[in-house]
Write a protein that binds this ligand. Structure first.
Ligand SMILES: Nc1ncnc2c1ncn2[C@@H]1O[C@H](COP(=O)(O)OP(=O)(O)OP(=O)(O)O)[C@@H](O)[C@H]1O
Ligand SMILES: [Mg+2]
Length: 368
C-alpha cells in the first residue's frame, strides 16, 4: 500500500503556503465554510491524477493575484518513496514530475497513485447530462488501463474529423461515401475496443457497487447500474451505415460510444427522480467504494480515498455503516475526510478506534 505521507501546497486556490504531514489511516479536516478544506482534497487529487477534480483550468487554481502554484507530495510504501511535483505558471506549460523526472504526457502518471474522490458536487453524476457519467467512467478506467486512454483519445480525434467532414459535405452541398468510409473504418475499430472494455468494467463495477450499497444501507433498498449503449445490440459498422442519412442532415455522427450512458436505478426507478437525498448520497458513496475495489482488483493498488463532507445528509445508521466499512474493509487504507464540525465528526467516528489525525483549517493557517 502506498500512502501520501506529506504534501506541500503553494499558492493553490485559497492556500498561500502549507506543509502537512498525514497519518496512515484517517485524516480529518474540519473548519468553517470557505476555509479551504475541499481545496486541500483537490490538491491531493491533483498530485494523484495530474489535474483538479473539479474540471477547473489550471489558471483558476492559482491563488488570486499570484501567477503560479506548486504542489509537492511524498508517497511512501514499505519499500519505496516517491516525490511527485507539479508546477504551473501562467502562460507556460504545466510541469508534472516524479522523482525529478518530468512526464511527457499526463497519461504516464495516471494510475500510479490512484485516488477516488466523493464530494457533494458528485450529485451531477446523478442529475447531470450523460457526458458527466462518461467522464466518470473514463477517468475510472484510465486509472486501471493505460491503453484505454490512448484508444479513447484516438476515437475522439477520428470522431472530430468525421464530424468536420460531414459539415464540409453540407457546406459544399456534395457527398462522397468513400471519403466518409475512411473514418468509419477507424472509428469502428477503436469504438469496438472501447465498448468491450466499458461493458466488462461496468459489469464488474455494478456487482461491487450493489455489494457496497447493501452494506451501507443495511439491505434497505435494491439498486442497480446498467450500461446503456447503442452498440449493446447493434454492430457498430451496421449502425453507422444505417445512420448515414441522419448524419448528413445533422452534420454529426449519431451512433457510437460517445452516446453511451450509465443507468442508475433504485428499486427499479431512476435515482434522479425517486432517490431521496440520503439515498443519492449512499448511491454515490457505494459507487466510489466500488471504484476503489475495482482499482485494487485490477492494479493491486489501494486508492487514496477523499471524502468531502461525507456525513452530510446521512442518518446515524448509514454513517456508522460507512465508518465500519472504511475501517474494516481491506480495500481502503488512507482516507481523508472533511466536515465543518469537529464535534459532529468525532461523534460519527466514536465507534471506531482507528488512528486519526485531525487538522483544523482556519483563516490563515492549518493546525494539527
Ligand atoms: N484561485 C483561488 N484563489 C483564491 N481563493 C480561491 C481560489 N479558488 C477558490 N478560492 C476560495 O476558496 C474558498 C473555498 O474553499 P473550499 O471550497 O475548499 O472551502 P471549504 O472549507 O471546503 O468550505 P465548505 O465547508 O463550505 O465546503 C472560497 O472562498 C473560494 O473563493
Ligand atoms: Mg467544502
Amino acid at each position: 500500500m502506498t500512502l501520501l505521507s506529506e504534501i506541500s501546497i503553494r499558492q493553490f486556490k485559497n492556500h498561500q503556503e502549507a506543509l502537512l504531514q498525514f497519518g496512515s489511516k484517517l485524516n480529518c479536516f474540519t473548519g468553517k465554510n470557505g476555509m479551504g478544506k475541499t481545496n486541500i482534497l483537490d490538491a491531493i487529487h491533483y498530485l494523484c491524477q495530474g489535474k483538479s477534480y473539479f474540471n477547473s483550468t489550471d489558471k483558476e487554481l492559482i491563488l488570486h493575484t499570484k501567477d503560479q502554484f506548486k504542489l509537492k507530495g511524498i508517497f511512501k510504501n514499505l519499500e519505496e518513496k516517491h516525490q511527485v511535483e507539479c508546477h504551473f505558471q501562467q502562460g507556460k506549460r504545466k510541469s508534472l514530475s516524479k522523482d525529478g523526472i518530468k512526464y511527457n504526457k499526463l497519461s504516464e502518471h495516471l494510475g500510479q497513485f490512484p485516488c477516488v474522490m466523493l464530494c457533494p458536487d458528485d450529485n451531477i453524476l446523478i442529475n447531470g447530462h450523460s457526458d458527466e457519467r462518461r467522464r466518470f467512467l473514463d477517468s475510472m478506467i484510465a486509472q486501471i488501463d493505460k491503453s484505454y486512454v490512448n484508444t479513447l483519445s484516438n476515437y475522439n480525434k477520428v470522431l472530430m474529423q468525421r464530424n468536420s467532414l460531414l459539415k464540409q459535405f453540407y457546406k459544399r452541398n456534395y457527398f462522397d461515401k468513400s471519403e466518409l468510409e475512411v473514418w468509419d473504418k477507424q472509428i469502428v475499430e477503436s469504438g469496438n475496443i472501447l465498448h468491450a472494455k466499458r461493458k466488462s468494467i461496468i459489469k464488474e463495477l455494478s456487482a461491487l457497487f450493489e455489494f457496497y450499497y447493501q452494506k451501507l444501507s443495511n439491505n434497505a433498498e435494491q439498486v442497480s447500474i446498467d450500461y446503456k449503449s447503442q452498440l449493446n445490440e447493434q454492430d457498430f459498422q451496421d449502425a453507422l451505415s444505417k445512420s448515414t442519412e441522419k448524419d448528413k442532415i445533422l452534420q454529426r455522427t449519431n451512433v457510437g460510444i460517445h452516446k453511451d450512458d450509465l443507468v442508475f436505478n433504485i428499486n427499479s426507478y431512476p435515482v434522479r427522480r425517486f432517490g431521496s437525498q440520503g439515498q443519492q448520497k449512499s448511491f454515490l458513496a457505494a459507487l466510489k467504494f466500488a471504484q476503489c475495489a475495482l482499482t485494487l482488483k485490477h492494479t493491486g493498488k489501494k486508492s487514496i480515498l477523499l471524502l468531502d463532507d461525507l456525513f452530510d445528509k446521512l442518518d446515524k445508521n448509514r454513517t456508522e455503516c460507512i465508518i465500519n466499512l472504511i475501517t474494516s474493509d481491506d480495500t481502503f487504507d488512507q482516507v481523508f475526510i472533511t466536515d465543518t464540525s469537529y464535534e459532529n465528526l468525532s461523534l460519527s467516528l466514536e465507534s471506531s478506534d482507528m488512528p486519526l489525525k485531525h487538522f483544523e483549517v482556519g483563516n490563515s493557517s492549518i493546525s494539527y
